[in-house]
Design a protein around this ligand. Structure first.
Ligand code: GLU
Length: 490
């Protein structure tokens, strides 16, 4: 029987997780769920100089928002912890020492100044920057001298001087690198911290990771990792490198293409289910036509074999389309649940808290279809909740109307509305359609003026239903203040 799948998401807390990071997390999570394996969260904080305060919390928040719960890792624990690399330094140190005793690694005493100068010379000779291996063949005497000088060394890994390193990537197929092109990389720094490469290999081994699913920017590091696995006599996991994410203009995804931090999309009012559907299609497809995938569909169908090698395009229009789609799929109650916290925060203070749910239940069907982003909600529905609305005289009068016509229209509507028996959408329509005729106006003209008068907006949900929900008192009061304004103006 094959080993149960164990995959990991291994972000570095060096910034806020962006779309590309979270796509990697999603693919790992889906692979774990699809195979019934485990999804592990490991924080790779070995580069303490690049650590950003609060980044770790943002990693949790991003995963939680997308609904990618982890089976092992920080917060939840697990038998392969600790899951924070800075708490595992002893393990890396002993791996590095083991490599030295086995002749696969060596102490390097070169000073930063010497290395800088060496690189400058290489660049003059138009050579790629690489370590010139000065310390690789130091004799024990030379080493003892360096130690006596009090220099704290780094540890470098010995890359074979010739031959090739190859591996089979699930996405890229057979990949091969010439060893001469690889550098004797530092694996342990002078401060006792490992570099990414060593820590990554040691942890993937110790945490029994079976598949490394990561961005293809790491593809060129993988031969170094393979050599480390060999030297440590560990079995290497399988690799699957995910294609790069591009903007629509084919340039590498960056701020220029809009927000890149996942959580910015949360605050803009995107739904996590829309984001998940959108992210998965950045590099994976089931076939060439299916676009909509629920979480369960994805768990059922996801496979690494169907990850494409060509770059994944970040298409904002598509994300917006998904978001509109998923908002429309929500039930009225589902949508109320999502918008209530936003309204609670954003509606003016005069509106009673908690927000009236019965009223929301009447409003939501009127705006459901038009809502593209959750955050548009306050703007769309605020006029239902507040007492008074502001009027703009130009909008009230409307096109091809005069102030006088508008006053007349509002006055007649007001008179009729006062005596309307049932103040519901049908009765309102039956009353107001003929009124336009009576006044010699097009229905659009009358309704436009009434819409602005009752809602304060020239674009609002269907007029009669809106007026029904507003109720007679509010409608009459607002028409009254619109009239006052027009009379004052005219
Ligand atoms: N810490 C690396 C990163 O932030 C992990 C790369 C890997 O998955 O090996 O991307």
């Amino acid at each position: 029987m094959s080993q149960p799948v164990r995959v990991r998401f291994a972000p570095s807390p060096t910034g806020i997780p962006h779309i590309g990071n979270m796509r990697t997390a999603l693919f790992n999570w889906l692979y774990a769920r699809h195979t019934g394996g485990k999804f592990i969260l490991r924080i790779e904080d070995t580069d303490q100089t690049r650590k950003v305060e609060g980044a770790e919390e943002k990693i949790y928040e991003s995963l939680e928002w997308l609904g990618l719960e982890w089976d092992e890792g920080l917060d939840v624990g697990g038998e392969y912890g600790p899951y924070l690399q800075s708490e595992r330094l002893e393990l890396y140190k002993s791996a590095a020492e083991h490599l030295i005793t086995q002749g696969h690694a060596y102490y390097c005493y070169c000073s930063p100044e010497r290395l800088t100068q060496m690189r400058a010379e290489q660049s003059k000779r138009k050579e790629p920057p690489h370590y010139d291996r000065t310390c690789r063949e130091l004799t024990p005497e030379q080493q003892a001298k360096k130690v006596a000088e009090g220099i704290t060394p780094v540890v470098r890994f010995k890359i074979p001087l010739d031959g090739k390193t190859s591996f089979n990537d699930i996405v890229y197929g057979q990949v091969e690198f010439e060893n001469v092109l690889l550098d004797d990389l530092v694996i342990l720094k002078s401060d006792g911290f490992p570099t990414y490469h060593l820590a990554n290999v040691v942890d993937d081994h110790m945490m029994q990771i079976t598949h490394v699913i990561r961005a293809d920017e790491w593809l060129s590091s993988t031969p170094k990792h393979m050599l480390l696995y060999d030297a440590l006599k560990y079995n290497a996991p399988q690799y699957a490198h995910m294609p790069m994410t591009f903007g629509k203009d084919k340039a590498k995804l960056s701020k220029r293409h809009g927000a890149t931090a996942l959580l910015d999309y949360k605050s803009m009012g995107y739904l996590p289910e829309a984001m998940m559907n959108f992210l998965v299609l950045m590099g994976w497809s089931l076939d060439d036509k299916t676009e909509i995938f629920s979480k369960d569909d994805l768990i059922r169908h996801f496979s690494l074999e169907r990850v494409s090698r060509t770059g994944a395009i970040f298409d904002m229009d598509k994300l917006n389309w998904f978001n509109g789609y998923y908002i429309r799929q929500l039930t009225v109650d589902g949508l109320i649940e999502r918008i209530t916290p936003i309204l609670g925060k954003e509606l003016p203070d005069e509106v009673k808290r908690p927000i009236d749910e019965d009223q929301l239940r009447r409003i939501v069907p009127l705006i459901h279809e038009r809502l593209k982003l959750l955050n548009e909600i306050t703007d769309l529905v605020s006029f239902f909740f507040v007492e008074d609305v502001q009027h703009n005289a130009d909008e009230l009068v409307g096109k091809k109307m005069t102030g006088e016509l508008a006053v007349n229209a509002l006055q007649s509507s007001s008179d009729k509305l006062s005596s309307l028996v049932e103040f519901d959408a049908d009765s309102l329509e039956n009353l107001l359609r003929p009124l336009a005729d009576e006044l010699g106006l097009k229905t659009g003209q009358l309704f436009g003026t009434l819409r602005v008068a009752t809602t304060g907006k020239s674009v609002a949900p269907p007029l009669f239903q809106t007026m029904e929900v507003l109720g007679r008192d509010k409608c009459l009061k607002r028409i009254g203040s619109a009239l006052d304004m027009l009379k004052g103006v005219g």
